[in-house]
Design a protein around this ligand. Structure first.
Ligand code: ADP
Ligand code: MG
Length: 266
């Protein structure tokens, strides 16, 4: 265990993969995150649910280090290390992965080429040697088959003309290949039919590991039937307003978010 990790472990010895304290973030003069507090221990899967517009995607972008957001207060510790000032590429190299709600289309770059570049950039940042082409091909083949990503999709430009389900499967393929420490999945269930939802969920569940944490963001409860989280958090008006076990997701499904929206705005 490194020095940084033992500090993160604190007095009770529990290591926090992610520890967010009083996080405030704005776009221009509009404050979107209004004091987020959230802790995700190493090895756990946490879900964030909440009404549209509550700041879920903003939180995921701020964690990934995307440009355009001003962090006006608070802190984000990743493995005990402050990352508020850390650029997005460095966060990715440290092991933070964000699967987008709307995956980007990149015409002119074959999916396969993109995957290889992403893997090698991360290996380089970690001081590891580049993958040889046969080694890369073997890894992609194994991971792609599990997610029903065909060879034909891998040859096509990244996400261009992919259906919603194909894009999401492709995001999970990237995640599987990059083996992140913290995976953030933003509405990975949106636009998926039941079969694709099962494929994506199986892919995510296969990546659960004692040294990996996941933050699964969703508006609906149905994804959490397949990816059963350790903890469910409710986000409303830019804050986490309630946390509980998996049963909280069922309660939200039954009662909706109305109680939280009123309380959070007050
Ligand atoms: P969610 O993912 O929970 O639906 P978002 O994080 O996408 O919520 O958005 C939260 C709020 O912040 C919304 O009211 C949205 O309109 C606003 N917002 C998000 N991004 C921007 C931006 N770049 N500029 C202005 N307002 C934004
Ligand atoms: Mg969103």
């Amino acid at each position: 265990m490194t020095a940084v990790r033992s500090v993160a472990a604190g007095m009770n010895g529990q290591i926090k993969m992610l520890s967010i304290k009083n996080l405030h973030a704005s776009v221009g003069d509009r404050e979107i995150l209004r004091g987020v507090n959230l802790e995700v221990p190493t090895g756990e899967v946490h879900a964030i649910m909440g009404p549209n517009g509550s700041g879920k995607s903003t939180l995921s972008y701020v964690l990934a280090g995307r440009d355009g957001y001003d962090i006006t207060d608070g802190s984000i510790l990743f493995g005990g290390e402050e990352i508020v000032e850390t650029p997005a590429e460095e966060r990715a190299a440290k092991g933070i992965f964000l699967a987008f709600q709307y995956p980007l289309e990149i015409p002119g770059v074959a999916t396969m080429t993109f995957l290889k570049a992403a893997m090698n950039a991360q290996r380089k940042a970690r001081g590891e040697a580049e993958l040889t082409t046969p080694d890369f091909m073997r890894r992609v083949k194994v991971a792609a088959e599990k997610l029903n990503v065909t060879q034909e999709m891998l040859r096509r430009p990244l996400n261009v003309g992919f259906s919603g389900g194909e894009k999401k499967r492709n995001e999970i393929l990237q995640m599987a290949l990059l083996e992140p420490k913290l995976a953030i999945l933003d509405e990975t269930d949106s636009g998926l039919d039941i079969d694709a939802l099962k494929t994506v969920s199986d892919g995510v569940n296969a990546l659960r590991a004692p040294d990996r944490s996941m933050l699964v963001i969703t508006h609906y409860q149905r994804l959490l039937d397949h990816i059963v989280p350790d903890v469910v958090h409710v986000m409303a008006a830019g804050r986490i307003v309630r946390s509980g076990g998996p049963e909280l997701a069922l309660e939200l499904e039954a009662n909706g978010y109305a109680d939280y929206v009123g309380a959070a705005a007050a």
